[in-house]
Design a protein around this ligand. Structure first.
Ligand SMILES: Cc1cc2nc3c(=O)[nH]c(=O)nc-3n(C[C@H](O)[C@H](O)[C@H](O)COP(=O)(O)O)c2cc1C
Length: 393
């Protein structure tokens, strides 16, 4: 087995989630080594310039994580044009999305639809490789479109294409987010390709990682999506080898800071950029209440229980809570909180669940994994109409 100290964990690209303000906040919780942007959809007319808010970190701020911009396209030349903009702005390399299962990109010939035929996929990727400098782009793919029949052909064909890395989400497009990710196939790609292969799918805790590591010891790079949404301190848990605990005040400040960063990204971008430039997000708060207090003060926060923010920032904060509550003690898994009218009311309601509680453990709860799959089918029951589960990527 290779040295486990070399294992690198990053945050998966997540459309609707891993945007710039989210990344700033997430790095304060548990700082993964790198984070993926959501995909940028490139067409023949877009983008001419990089959208201002898409990846402002590039070459600009000292932040505790690396950034991997992702582009989706249905024509290789559109990918190349967009990738050059990112490379010129300072990106190390740019990722091609070949995994998105949503009907819109798929019907437009992008995302996972590139996997329908291995010839199409390989000529698409080769065309990009011949237009860009070596190792300046990577690919993120699923294991197939409808089934696994072409996976071996993908791997064989990719051997001669100088990618920076290949990320494999171990499911087909048909699987969406159901069933178990096929790490055996990811490992097969890893042992057969001359560049790093990044595994994606189903790392939800240190324990789940230990199981995967024992079964697939050659995997050294992993990205985490839903597990990191359910536990934003997961990367800290992976470093420590045990679940983290937070004070109740830290939980409230972390949620309030998220809302405030979102609010600034919406209403006062210049201030958010000035704070980033001044180094506010340079180190990580982790589970340290005093550091969250400092961050909160620097963000201009006062009493979290009196806070109001725009609907957009409030909605995003509820989304964070909606996943995070699954990793808190059972009494916090309380859907009625989502009906609070203002952010202050919402935070007050969370505090009021158990005001005298000193510490909360943040820990993966496997009993509700089904809520975070795409079909949301409880084993042995009807589909639950809960406000959780991944949106289409
Ligand atoms: C809400 C959401 C949005 C996603 N958006 C993207 C995306 O923009 N690009 C991409 O390559 N994958 C996207 N994915 C897929 C993830 O990057 C990852 O491969 C997948 O969720 C499996 O990993 P997990 O089990 O750790 O969640 C998304 C996943 C989720 C849950």
């Amino acid at each position: 087995m290779r040295d486990s100290a070399k294992v690198v964990f990053g945050l998966a690209p997540m459309e609707g989630v891993s945007d710039f303000p989210f990344r700033l906040w997430f790095s304060q919780c548990s700082a993964p080594a790198f984070m993926g942007t959501p995909f940028l959809r490139a067409t023949d007319s877009f983008p001419r310039m990089l959208p201002e808010d898409f990846a402002p970190e590039l070459n600009r701020y000292q932040l505790p994580y690396g950034l991997i911009p992702q582009v989706m396209a249905s024509r290789s030349e559109d990918f190349v044009r967009a990738a050059r903009l990112f490379l010129d702005a300072g990106a190390d390399f740019v990722d091609l999305n070949c995994g998105c299962p949503s009907p819109n990109p798929v019907s437009g010939g992008a995302g996972s639809s590139l996997l329908k035929k291995h010839e199409t996929f390989l000529s698409f990727v080769s065309a990009i490789a011949s237009a860009l400098p070596p190792e300046s782009f990577s690919v993120k793919m699923r294991t197939g479109f409808d089934d696994l029949n072409l996976f071996e052909k993908f791997v064989t064909g990719l051997k001669d294409i100088p990618l920076r890395q290949l990320t494999v989400h171990g499911r087909t497009r048909r699987d969406r987010y159901d069933g178990e990710a096929r790490w055996d196939l990811i490992e097969h790609a890893n042992t057969n390709l001359p560049y790093p292969v990044v595994a994606s799918g189903d790392v939800l805790s240190h324990k789940t990682w230990l199981t995967k590591k024992a079964q697939h010891p050659t995997i050294e790079r992993i990205i985490i999506g839903r597990g990191a949404l359910r536990n934003p301190w997961l990367f800290e848990e992976l470093r420590r080898g045990e679940a983290v605990t937070l004070s109740l005040r830290t939980l409230i400040l972390a949620l309030a800071s998220f809302a405030q960063i979102m609010e600034l990204s919406y209403n006062d971008k210049d201030r958010l950029h000035a704070l980033a430039l001044a180094g506010l997000f340079q180190s990580t708060c982790g589970t340290d209440e005093a550091k969250w207090e400092d961050l909160w003060r620097e963000l201009g926060g006062k009493d979290p229980f009196e806070m109001t923010v725009e609907r957009f920032a409030f909605g995003r904060t509820k989304m964070i809570w909606n996943s995070l509550r699954s990793a808190l003690p059972a009494i916090y898994f309380e859907p009625t909180l989502l009906r609070a009218k203002s952010l202050g009311e919402f935070l007050k309601a969370i505090h009021a669940i158990d005001p005298s509680r000193e510490e909360l453990q943040v820990e993966h709860n496997p009993d509700i994994d089904w809520l975070y799959s795409s079909s949301r089918k409880k084993p042995g029951a009807q589909t639950e109409d809960a406000e959780t589960g991944p949106s289409e990527d």
